[in-house]
Design a protein around this ligand. Structure first.
Ligand SMILES: Cc1cc2nc3c(=O)[nH]c(=O)nc-3n(C[C@H](O)[C@H](O)[C@H](O)COP(=O)(O)OP(=O)(O)OC[C@H]3O[C@@H](n4cnc5c(N)ncnc54)[C@H](O)[C@@H]3O)c2cc1C
Length: 450
C-alpha cells in the first residue's frame, strides 16, 4: 500500500486528504501537523465572532463538484436563505464546518495524524524519509507540502531591537496583543489590509478607547463587497494581451460601468474569476511590474470587506479613533516603556512621530521563502528539493502544484498546495482555489500510483 504524507494540517492539507480518500481507499495517508489547531489554521481558529469570512458563503464549499455544500450546511444549521443572501458569516462558524468534515475524515482507518513538526526530507531509493522534530521519521511514496501561512516578516526599521520587545506582536492572528491591554493605550498597526481590519475589530471589542494608527506605504484600505454590482464577462477581450493593454481594457470597462450608474466593483469581480489565467501568461517582467505598480490597488479592489465591517471602519475613522497613514516605518524605539514610531510620510519630505504602547504586525504572511527561518524550508532549499520562486513568492511548481527542482526537473512525487504557489498562480490561498487544487493534486497522485 502506498503512503502519502501531507505536511501541514491546515484546511489545504485536510482538503487534500479528503479528496485522496474519496478517490482511493487503498492508500495510507499521514498528516504531519504542528502549530495552529488542525484543520483551522490561522484563518479559522479565531474565536472572535467579528472576524468574518471575506469570501461570500456560496464560494466557500469544500468541494468544487458540489458548490452548495457549505451553503446547504449553513441552512441545515439554522441559517435562513435571506441570511445567506445578505450576510458574511463568522470565520469561527466556517471553522465548525471544517471540524465537522474533519471528524468524519479522522474516523477512516487509512488516516494517521502525527502531531509534530516536519523538519527535513531525505530521498532513499524509491522512498522519501521525512524527519520529525522528535527525532523520529516517517516514510512516504508521495508528499504534499501544505505549509500555509507563515508569520509576517518584520518591517524594515533603522533599529531592529524593538522587534524583541514584548510590546511588539509579530503574530496578528492570535489575541496575544489583547493580553494586559489598557483600554486608553494607543496602538500602531503596520499594514492596512484585511488583517488590520480584524485587529481593529478585536481592539474595539476589547473596549479600547485609545487611538489606533494604521500605516502602509500607500495607506489604501479594503473596499466593501457589493452583491448587487455585477458586470458582464469581458475575459475574451483580455486573452493574449500585454499587462498594459489589460490595464487599459479594464479602465475602459470601469468607465462603461460608471456611465451605467454602476461602479468598478462589478468589473473587478468579473475579472477576478479569470485572474489566475491572466497571471499565468504574463511575462516575468510584467509580473514584476504588476507587483511594483498595481498590486496595492488590486489588493484594495480584490480583498474586500463585508459592508457592515466597512461601515464600522468608516465610523471609527470619522470619530477619530482610527487613523490611516500613508508612509513607511523609519524607526521604532522603546525607552522606559514608552514607544516612539517615526514614519516617513508618503509623497512629502515630512516625518511623523507617534507615541504608542503596542505595535502589531499586520503586513500579511511572509512569502519570500529565502527569508524564512523555518527549519523545513531552510533544509529543503539547501538541498534544492524545492527552489524559491523568482518573484520572491513561494516556490517553483508547475500549474498543477508538482514541484520543480534543479534544471527545471519536475518531481513526480512532491506536490505543493495553496500559498506555496503564490508566484506561480497569484490567486492561490482562498478556499475557491485551494479546494480545486486539492482535488487536482489528489487526482494526479492517485493516477500516478495506479
Ligand atoms: C486571517 C486570514 C483570514 C482568511 N480568511 C479567508 C476567508 O474568509 N476566505 C477564504 O477563502 N480564505 C481566507 N483566508 C485564506 C486562508 O489562508 C485559506 O482559506 C486557508 O485557511 C489556507 O489553509 P492552509 O492549510 O493552506 O494554511 P494554514 O491555515 O496556514 O495551515 C497550514 C498549517 O501547516 C502547519 N505547518 C507548516 N509547516 C509545518 C511543518 N513543517 N510541520 C508540521 N506542520 C506544519 C502550520 O502550523 C499550519 O497549521 C484567510 C487567511 C488569513 C491569514
Amino acid at each position: 500500500m502506498k503512503t502519502i504524507v501531507i505536511i501541514g494540517g491546515g484546511w489545504s492539507g485536510i482538503l487534500t486528504a479528503i479528496q485522496l480518500l474519496e478517490k482511493n481507499k487503498n492508500i495510507s495517508i499521514k498528516i504531519i501537523h504542528s502549530g495552529t489547531p488542525i484543520g483551522l489554521g490561522v484563518a479559522y481558529s479565531t474565536t472572535d465572532t467579528s472576524h468574518l469570512l471575506n469570501v461570500p458563503a456560496e464560494k466557500m464549499s469544500a468541494f468544487p463538484n458540489n458548490p452548495k455544500h457549505f451553503t446547504d450546511w449553513l441552512i441545515a444549521n439554522g441559517n435562513s436563505a435571506e441570511q445567506l443572501e445578505k450576510q458574511f458569516f463568522p470565520r469561527l462558524l466556517y471553522g465548525k464546518y471544517i471540524l465537522e468534515l474533519f471528524s468524519t475524515l479522522k474516523l477512516q482507518e487509512q488516516l494517521e495524524i502525527i502531531n509534530t513538526k516536519a523538519v527535513d526530507i531525505q530521498k532513499k531509493e524509491n522512498l522519501y524519509s521525512i524527519q520529525l522534530d522528535n527525532n523520529k521519521s516517517v516514510d512516504a511514496n508521495k508528499i504534499v507540502l501544505a505549509l500555509g501561512n507563515f508569520l509576517p516578516a518584520n518591517p524594515k526599521s533603522a533599529s531592529e531591537s524593538f522587534f524583541e520587545s514584548s510590546n511588539y506582536f509579530k503574530n496578528p492572528w492570535n489575541t496575544d496583543f489583547l493580553k494586559g491591554l489598557q483600554t486608553n493605550q494607543n496602538i500602531l498597526l503596520i499594514g492596512t489590509g484585511l488583517t488590520m481590519v480584524d485587529c481593529v475589530l478585536s481592539l474595539k471589542n476589547a473596549g479600547l478607547t485609545g487611538k489606533i494608527y494604521a500605516v502602509s506605504p500607500r495607506g489604501y484600505t479594503p473596499a466593501p463587497h457589493s452583491k448587487t454590482e455585477t458586470y458582464p464577462d469581458f475575459y475574451s477581450e483580455l486573452k493574449g494581451k500585454t499587462l498594459l493593454e489589460i490595464v487599459q481594457i479594464v479602465r475602459k470597462h470601469i468607465k462603461i460601468a460608471e456611465q451605467k450608474n454602476s461602479c468598478w466593483i462589478g468589473v473587478i469581480d468579473s475579472l477576478r474569476q479569470h485572474f489566475q489565467e491572466l497571471w499565468i501568461i504574463l511575462s516575468i517582467k510584467e509580473k514584476q511590474q504588476f507587483i511594483s505598480h498595481i498590486r496595492h490597488i488590486w489588493g484594495v479592489a480584490r480583498h474586500r470587506l463585508p459592508k457592515n465591517t466597512y461601515e464600522e471602519l468608516i465610523d471609527l475613522k470619522v470619530k477619530g479613533q482610527l487613523e490611516i497613514i500613508g508612509g513607511r516605518i523609519n524607526e521604532i524605539i522603546e525607552k522606559n516603556g514608552d514607544i516612539t514610531a517615526t514614519i516617513q510620510l508618503r509623497g512629502i519630505s515630512e516625518k511623523r512621530t507617534l507615541n504608542i504602547s503596542r505595535v502589531i504586525n499586520c503586513t500579511g504572511p511572509q512569502s519570500n521563502y529565502k527569508e524564512l527561518k523555518d527549519e523545513l524550508i531552510r533544509n529543503l532549499l539547501a538541498k534544492k528539493i524545492i527552489l524559491a520562486h523568482e518573484l520572491k513568492m513561494g516556490i517553483q511548481t508547475n500549474l498543477n502544484g508538482q514541484i520543480i527542482q534543479e534544471q527545471g526537473k519536475m518531481s513526480d512525487d512532491i506536490y505543493a498546495i495553496g500559498s506555496l504557489l503564490r508566484g506561480v498562480l497569484w490567486e492561490t490561498t482562498a478556499v475557491p482555489e485551494i479546494s480545486k487544487q486539492a482535488e487536482q493534486i489528489a487526482k494526479q497522485i492517485i493516477d500516478s500510483i495506479k
